[in-house]
Ligand binder design. Structure first.
Ligand code: SAM
Length: 223
């Protein structure tokens, strides 16, 4: 299993009742059950091909009693009887994760914890969480197969967490922790933006001021 998914797995509490939405081949629930970390999971998948592969994979592992593979759109995979307390949505864009949460928001109960791993648009996802009164509890960042991945753990809070623009963009915990991986991710972005700036033909273009302002923000976060 990839380092990315191993870090997602590390955020699942022992004994959790897990719904892995967009499970693809059901690698995450299979890993957690084989490690003895959890005993029950739902693997939801909306596309028939991966759903069939996940089903076969779970059957071959002899885990049908522990992992219920369901062909379903988003949180529709979750049934009340499952008593799910942890929802993982990993390996998709932040916009799609926000849409899945929005469509299934009624399924998210006060005792549930969300473990989200957006591949991009992390800021949009954080905004969705705050608007819907979730508190961000933990964040992680990893570098795997030449890409940076952020993970966000959130729980229903009953009130809006106050986050600044920098918190939304860079992560309230990640930007304060400033791990080596975090610094590498945003240093790479500084280089990209500096290149863009140097390629702009005219300093009076509105794009120029936009990139300059973004560079100031990036340097502020890394300072
Ligand atoms: N979660 C796994 C991981 O992190 O490695 C698989 C990620 S894979 C790139 C994304 C999976 O989400 C695909 O199998 C896709 O079919 C599924 N997916 C996309 N939208 C979905 C939705 N609305 N409901 C359930 N699954 C969805």
């Amino acid at each position: 299993m990839s380092l990315r998914l191993k870090v997602v797995a590390s955020l699942v509490e022992n004994g959790a009742r897990l719904a892995d939405i967009g499970s693809d081949h059901a690698f995450l629930p299979t890993f957690l059950i084989e490690e003895g970390r959890i005993d029950f999971a739902v693997a939801g998948e909306v596309v028939k091909g991966p759903f069939e592969i996940a089903k076969t994979h779970v059957q071959k592992s002899g885990l049908e009693d522990h992992i219920h593979v369901r062909l379903a759109n988003g949180l529709a995979a979750i049934e009340a009887a499952d008593q799910i307390d942890t929802i993982v949505i990993a390996g998709m864009g932040g916009l799609l994760i926000s849409e899945i949460l929005e469509a299934g928001v009624k399924k998210i109960k006060p005792n549930m914890r969300l473990i989200l791993q957006p591949n991009n648009h992390e800021d949009t996802l954080r905004e969705w969480l705050i608007e819907h009164q979730f508190a961000i509890k933990t964040e992680k960042i990893v570098y795997d197969a030449e890409k940076f991945y952020e993970m966000i753990v959130a729980e229903p809070a009953g009130e809006k967490m106050k986050l600044s623009e920098l918190d939304l963009k860079f992560g309230p915990y990640l930007r304060r922790e400033k791990s080596d991986i975090f610094v590498q991710k945003w240093t790479k972005e500084i280089h990209t933006q500096e290149y863009i700036l140097s390629s702009l033909p005219d300093q009076t273009m509105s794009k120029y001021a936009e990139v300059e302002a973004y560079l100031l923000q990036l340097n502020e976060v890394l300072s």
